[in-house]
Write a protein that binds this ligand. Sequence first.
Ligand SMILES: [Zn+2]
Ligand SMILES: [Zn+2]
Ligand SMILES: [Zn+2]
Ligand SMILES: [Zn+2]
Length: 757
Amino acid sequence: MFALAKVFVEQYELFAFNEPYKNELEIIKVWHTMPAAKLRRFKELTEFVLQDLDEPTNVASRAKHSRSLREQGNQVYKTKSKKSGNDLTECLLSASRLYTQAILEAENAYEELCLGFANRAMALQDFGYYEQAYDDCECALEFGYPKNMQHKLIMRQAYCAWKLGDAQKLGEHVACLEQLELNASFTQQLEQLQQELQLLQSNPQAEEVKEAKLDEVKRNNTEISTDAGGRGRYMIASQRIKEGEIVFTEQAECFVPTQGRLICQQCAASLLCAPIPCTRCHQRVVYCSRRCRQLHATIHGYECEAYRRDLLLPIGPFHLALRLVLTYMPQWLPQLRNGGSTAAELWQTLISIASAEHHWPTAPQHTQSLCMMHHLDKADASKLIYCVLSANQLQVYLYKCTNFYDQLLASTAASAEDWHLLLAALIARTNNQLLNNAHVGDAILPRDLGFNEFVLLRPQLWRAPFRLRLGCLHKFDRTTLVKSLNLPYYGLCNHACEPSLRSWYDGRSVSSYAARNIEPGEEIFNCYTLNYKMSSFAKRKEQLEQTFNFQCSCSKCVRAEPDQDYFAFHRYRCQHCEQIFVPAQLAELSWWQEPEPPQICCTVCQAPQDFSWHEEFLVLCACCDKPNARHEAYKVLDYLRNWLLDYHSLRQCLAKKLILACLTAKAAGHPFEDTEFGHLGRIMEYVLAGTEAQIGSNAVEYIPIMGCLFDLIAWGKYKCSKQRLAKMRAKLDYLAGETRRIFVNYYNDFIEPHYSS
Ligand SMILES: [Zn+2]
Ligand SMILES: [Zn+2]
Ligand SMILES: [Zn+2]
Ligand SMILES: [Zn+2]
């Protein structure tokens, strides 16, 4: 990372650029016409980065680390025979977690890698993750599991195939085992599996009804208008859309995980219980399954060496631009075949596609992506140069370290020299489009989840696959950004500070629902910042100008008092004159988040306010395992209602802290009096109502707090009306499939029983 930054600084100095912006290709050409000596130095530096960043693997030390972790896993696994219930699941998950670390650590120490996979398969199978255990066996075999022990893995695969009801696979493995000489115990296991196979064949299980996937894109409710007068394209409702109805869905053909996060690179799943890493690129890439690894093989083939060199982390947002170009090039190339033989001609061909008229709702994503807006013409020179340097670095990387150029040279009449220019220009252009158009997708995860930690393997959380223990739903306590996606159709929505949409991400897909009733012909808006109730006009203005180069003129921003709705969440009663006030300075509104909080004074009588209780409250939250501290905290929060009015941001924030601290203490086994649940229930209802007032009850942010209330209901200590419960249950249907599965199981296991009688 250091190397790249240093190189860019030196290259920046070589690169005299003082012409007005024309287009990306023209900028790239400028440096190709540098004086020869400078150009040589420039190229040296580019290649130096590629060599300097290459980290060779020390196989012996990898193997040692991996072996030690696997042996720790074995120690844990061995104790399983003495355990049952939650202790047993804890043992199996602890072992799986250690085996997973052993697999990641092994990298290309294949001997250790295949043993790690084989052992994880055993623990996962015991726990009930049969698909993953099956895949792990396959991986162990792929990476050279010793021949004389392979029958064990085949037996395991046969068992998993049986559990999964897959007669075909079970048949194949049984046939294979029948050819081998087995000892008495294995022969007995084989006989059992032969019987199961017969049963399975005579009673074929009903085809499992696969959940309807969002593969099919829904856009009947919208159309795109184009205004030649300068407004560009925008989305309008083609018919009446009622609140909560789907406005459109879109599935991204390319996305990248948020910096350093280990989610499946193919399907964007964020809940992995058996991550399968690429063995070459130093634990930076994982998949949820072998199938996903295979589907992603072509793209990863171009990126693996970049991951290996850690080239993608320092270039940040350029990674998505790179991936977009890698993904769409095979679709662009046929259009470039007869589009000329020089960089300039090919560039012109691409630009003419971008400026042509398209039918937006049905245009393919590779065409939509070429057409995305960008504001490079408004960027200053240093931004332009940085952009060009990064794009060039990636282009050289593709040329030197991958076979990406083969298809370029085979499909067009242009030379490698031309492609150096064109590819760098294309990456630069794409990156600038994405700065305005890329979307970030979230997932509901525990707040304290480490980057290389997998929540499904947390030992004390689960009692069966995707089934949480009682009182543990609150662990999924926040929405976390996990991926950046290219969603060009979604990108056509203009900004307003009061969005018309609530968007929910699921893997590569986004589904946008109407936040309120939308009339036919009405424009549909997305909000690129925090909404007008959650942020000040000045803050939004700054963000929109800096990142998106425009000034918002939405109905909320052009009002005489654009901050009135934001201030509604910051109303105090003066401790001295008892009048209501909002602090005078914007910077004072979130004083409790400041490292050195300013003194807040009443704007009516100027008296300074005493917030010494704030620190004390935080101390109480840290001691919630003690009943006295909890009772004191309930009291303080109750008292605050007189001074922090309505859904005051600080009161909501403290209420959330207290809820999580109490639920953590309760889940850890600390006893609670029955009366306390009444307090907790009221506090949760308060936070839910506040979230509804500020963001809406069908926003994803509502779910984690609802999860806390579900824990309370699950303990049988709190009851809301059946009607209310049904409303909350309905919200689970918005969730991403993997998360929905966990929440719905929890609902069925622990909530429903309290209401069915
Ligand atoms: Zn996947
Ligand atoms: Zn790799
Ligand atoms: Zn606005
Ligand atoms: Zn006052």
